[in-house]
Design a protein around this ligand. Structure first.
Ligand code: WTA
Length: 633
């Protein structure tokens, strides 16, 4: 790539002739033009590259907006395209998954053929436990191959998986199991985190004390430490695998394109986490198309999406997208700095990773350790890089570009959400890049920046980011709460999808994401809701009321700061603050542990009693408080 002065605004990185020659991606303008004129035709063409038991009657059914339907009338199963079809071709011998343990001593690899066997086995087992089409299954597993098998097994038989990130603690897990009314929970004895055991099974035991829906728990052995097992209810996965019932093929259910594939809980403005619902047909086409166009995966590539399968990035781009493409995916159990900050670079070298996708927070964190760590390793296998999860600051972008990509790998800054299921604003390898901008909406999509009353703001000014067109991998609803789906996403600007982000567009039509405008805090790229953090605090006997806000943090992007009003009889102290931080960690998640807790006598509220976090945020940063006309007194 080269930095060139051009007609375009600001600093622009143009793809080199080698990158352009290698790239097998559509011409941007032509594809965008095609999709603009014929949205259904564009997506039908993509869908036709995949296998369907029966093709659709209609590509897009928008007769009941905003409840859009895609590929109606079609019969399909995402697992057919992710696994079954590959087993019939030469790809049966290709590696689908390469997995490495946190300590680097264990390696497990699965060809598409053996992946198919594992998925069949897991599916036979859960079927024998009485799980059927439409049932919800909560999966609470670490980054190990079994999470892939378990998710695909659910999809194969038409059950709805609900993966809960294994970094969540007991209250967060309980809420998600309970809300989904899962009858089966799949977990492990524990997970490895920096050489220590994080209790998973014990957390499940605690969580389901008040979840009457749960009938069975499958426990994958990972850490090997002692955990309590309740007869009848709890089953070791390896014991189940030894049963005759586990053997043999399990048929892949022929489902309607609009049948649910999964729910994934995510935080939005106010209230408890929402279960975002995705379906088989549209999600399959959306993840396939975007991964193919943006990361241009080829058969000789080794793709590493360093996210966790427990977040949408893992769902779409560790599991479904790469498998549908027939790619080889790499999965590492551990994190980037344990035992040393060269862990990732060492793995890239050892496994010849060619396309690497991570979050800005990880890059900023690794930058702090200096260039010597990556420079110890041969990173020449890399040809393309990516980021996701939060805005990437230009310094981190340039470091990633120079130190990791050696100035030859374009960086795909992909903007998207749990709700969108797939990349929405993103370059492709042939698009000129501007550090810090996710560039332009994908083919078939148009984005706008609006002011409060719904008028487009001039280029260069900040406003609300909205999407104008439906897309196949879009969320279909908030599971069990259609009204919330409409209210949250489609009511501020009728007919347009409200993203919850603020952004700017520049004169070249490039989008610059600024951040969330709602009560979502992005801590190290993890999406957390203020409501959940606050309710964890309020569950402590000393706390009467609490408010959580996100403030800028150099490495994490945002860090959680809390304001706490104590109950009568309690006095604030550094010890109590520490106890409360710990309380949030053990009840909600270690990643939600507040950076800082301040004891206050009063919280700024509206006359209707809502905490004005915006005001707290402005005060904490010494910024103007904005419109405070609704503030009480
Ligand atoms: C933020 C993650 C800037 C954004 C896939 C969005 C980004 C939220 C980017 C969704 C990016 C994601 N640049 N911001 N490239 N990607 N975001 O649901 O605020 O965990 O609304 O999905 O992450 O977070 P979620």
């Amino acid at each position: 790539m080269s930095v060139v002065q051009s007609e375009m605004e600001g600093e622009v990185y143009f793809p080199s002739p080698e990158v352009i020659a290698q790239a097998n991606v559509p011409d941007w303008e032509a594809a965008a033009e095609f999709a603009r004129n014929d949205l259904e035709g564009f997506w039908a063409e993509q869908a036709n590259e995949l296998e369907w038991y029966r093709k659709w009657d209609k590509v897009l059914d928008d007769s009941n907006k905003p409840f859009f339907k895609w590929f109606t009338g079609a019969k399909v199963n995402i697992v057919h395209n992710a696994v079954d079809r590959h087993v019939k071709t030469w790809r049966r011998n290709k590696l689908a998954l390469i997995w490495v343990s946190e300590d680097g001593k264990e390696e497990r690899t699965f060809s598409y053929y053996s992946l198919n066997r594992e998925v069949n086995r897991f599916a036979n087992i859960i079927k024998a436990m009485g799980v059927t089409k439409g049932d919800r299954v909560t999966i609470y597993l670490p980054r190990i191959p079994e999470i892939v098998f378990a998710m695909l097994a659910c999809a194969k038989i038409g059950a709805i998986h609900s993966v809960v990130f294994a970094g969540f603690s007991v209250d967060a897990l309980r809420g998600r199991i309970d809300d989904s009314a899962s009858k089966l929970v799949i977990t492990a004895d524990g997970s490895w985190i920096n050489g220590k055991i994080f209790e998973l099974k014990r957390t499940v035991d605690e969580a389901i004390k008040s979840c009457p829906s749960v009938e069975n728990i499958i426990v994958v052995r990972r850490t090997g430490h002692e955990v309590p097992m309740e007869a009848e209810r709890d089953h070791w996965y390896d014991d189940l695998c030894a049963l005759p019932i586990a053997n043999g093929k399990c048929v892949t259910e022929q489902l309607d394109a609009e049948d649910p594939l999964y729910i994934l809980y995510t935080s939005g403005s106010t209230g408890k986490p929402k279960a975002i619902l995705h379906t088989h047909g549209g999600y399959m086409v959306g993840t396939y198309t975007t991964l193919k166009h943006v990361f241009d995966l080829k058969d000789e590539d080794r793709w590493w999406c360093a996210a966790d399968p427990g977040w949408v990035t893992g769902h779409s781009y560790i599991i479904y997208g790469p498998l549908i493409l027939g790619a080889t995916s790499f999965m590492f159990e551990g994190g980037p700095v344990y035992p040393y900050p060269n862990r990732w670079w060492q793995l890239i070298e050892r496994y010849g990773i060619s396309v690497f996708y991570t979050a800005p927070t990880a890059i900023r964190g690794l930058m702090r350790f200096g260039e010597a760590w990556p420079n110890k390793h041969d990173l020449s296998s890399l040809r393309l890089l990516g980021t996701v999860g939060e805005p990437i600051n230009p310094e981190a972008w340039k470091w990633y570009y120079r130190v990791i990509g050696k100035e030859k790998c374009p960086i795909m800054d992909t903007w998207w959400q749990t709700e969108t299921g797939m990349f929405m604003i993103t370059p492709t390898p042939v698009v000129p890049l501007k550090p810090g901008s996710a560039t332009r909406p994908v083919f078939g999509q148009e984005a706008e920046i609006l002011d409060d009353s719904g008028n487009p703001v001039p280029d260069g000014e900040e406003g609300y980011l909205v999407l104008k067109n439906p897309w196949p991998a879009m969320l279909r609803t908030v599971y069990g709460d259609d009204e919330r789906y409409v209210r949250q996403y489609w009511s501020k600007y009728p007919g347009k999808y409200m993203t919850g982000d603020s952004a700017k567009r520049d004169a070249d039509g490039y989008f610059w994401i600024i951040g969330r405008v709602d009560d979502v805090i992005k801590v190290s790229g993890h999406r957390l809701g203020t409501a959940e953090i606050e309710s964890a605090l309020v569950s402590h006997p000393a706390v009467a009321e609490a408010a959580a806000i996100g403030l800028p943090h150099e490495v994490k992007g945002q860090a959680i700061h809390c304001f706490v009003l104590l109950r009568a009889g309690f006095a604030g102290s550094p010890e109590l603050a520490e106890e409360l931080r710990q309380h949030v960690s053990t009840h909600m998640s270690p990643i939600a542990k507040p950076e800082d807790i301040k004891f206050v006598d009063k919280l700024p509220k509206t006359r209707s009693g809502k905490i004005m976090r915006r005001v707290l945020k402005a005060r904490a940063q010494g910024l103007p408080e904005g419109d405070i006309s609704t503030l009480e007194e």
